[in-house]
Design a protein around this ligand. Structure first.
Ligand code: PBG
Ligand code: ZN
Length: 319
């Protein structure tokens, strides 16, 4: 075996997996207000920006070569029905309009979920402590259509209500967005790895947890059923989330389904690496690149990661 490891050139010749900047998606957080650039304490290097300062992040993206972003809005007001999520002048809608006008070359993926907008912090409507499924669907449709109207290129539902992909597909088509793809958070687990994100997006549930709608971490085969359902409902791209902790699911799904597969390298996975690197316990660049390769090797076509700009820069340096 060592003959093919004997030099940099030969290792490069036989390398099976390569990363490409084109496949990276960078999540950004946009907050209501002016002149805001708030560091997210649990995610070093990640900030919440007000719309007037978003250009700083866009310039950094441009420099790195990353063209794809996943946008999350943080509204000033929350209510029981998440009105801000489907308000045409909502924070996310305005941010998308700004981005489309100033940076038309960027591909905008819009996360669809109510939890950033609801006073109770759940991803759907609630009745007592019950999270309502079918009653939530029309709101997700309204949100998707308003984000598409604002200029979102891809709609990405992350709420985990049953039947949402079919409802959103029908709603988008009816509103004339026949060409807007749906990237479904198909296999989204009820994970402790989302904790830093909930700081960043102010979306922690006010009571209980998300276990009645997000998947049980113990289940692998069920993820394939989720994906089958999403395919039948019209999803264009499937996602596994978290990415790193569920490589087995990613591998199996990518072999079973001939659909583009996305892996979401989530906030907790990012923060663990950043914390260890800050302590000098690991080499950040090598750890991150190894993590990226792991997701690609397992079958990810698309990688959503808070490391995206660093990864792109490191790939440039290697050239
Ligand atoms: C909203 C949403 C979450 C994430 C993406 N969209 C949080 C959650 O479900 O609680 C997590 C992303 C991350 O941890 O990086 N539903
Ligand atoms: Zn949510």
């Amino acid at each position: 075996m060592r003959r093919l490891r004997s030099s940099k050139a030969v290792r490069s010749l036989v390398r099976e997996t390569r990363l490409h900047t084109e496949q990276l998606v960078y999540p950004i957080f946009v907050i209501e207000g002016v002149q805001i650039k708030n560091p997210v304490a649990s995610m070093p290097g990640i900030y919440q920006y007000s719309i007037d300062r978003l250009k700083e992040e866009c310039e950094r993206m441009k420099e790195s070569g990353v063209r794809n972003l996943l946008i999350f809005g943080i509204p000033a007001h929350k209510d029981a029905v998440g009105s801000g999520a489907y308000d045409e002048n909502g924070i996310t809608q305005r941010a998308i309009r700004y981005l489309k006008q100033e940076y038309p070359e960027l591909l905008i993926i819009a996360d669809v979920c109510l939890c950033e907008y609801t006073s109770h912090g759940h991803c759907g409507l609630v009745d007592g402590c019950h999270i309502l499924n079918d009653e939530t669907l029309p709101l997700l449709v309204k949100m998707s259509v308003s984000l598409a109207q604002a200029g979102a290129d891809i709609i990405a539902p992350s709420d985990m209500m049953d039947g949402r992909v079919a409802a959103i597909r029908a709603g988008l088509d009816e509103a004339g967005f026949l060409d807007t793809p749906i990237m479904s958070y198909s296999a989204k687990y009820a994970s402790a790895y989302y904790a830093p994100f909930r700081d960043a997006a102010h979306s922690a549930p006010g009571f209980g947890d998300r276990k009645t709608y997000q998947m049980d971490p113990a289940n692998g085969r069920e993820a394939l059923r989720e994906m089958e359902a999403d395919i039948a409902e019209g999803a264009d791209i499937l996602m596994v989330k978290p990415g790193l902790a569920y490589l087995d699911v990613l591998k199996e799904a990518s072999q079973r389904f001939d659909y583009p597969m996305a892996a979401y390298n989530v906030s907790g996975e990012y923060s663990l690496v950043k914390a260890a690197a800050a302590n000098g316990w690991v080499d950040e660049k090598r750890i991150v690149m190894e993590n990226m390769l792991a997701m690609k090797r397992a079958g990810a076509d698309i990688i959503i990661t808070y490391h995206a700009l660093d990864v792109a820069r490191w790939l440039q340096e290697e050239e």
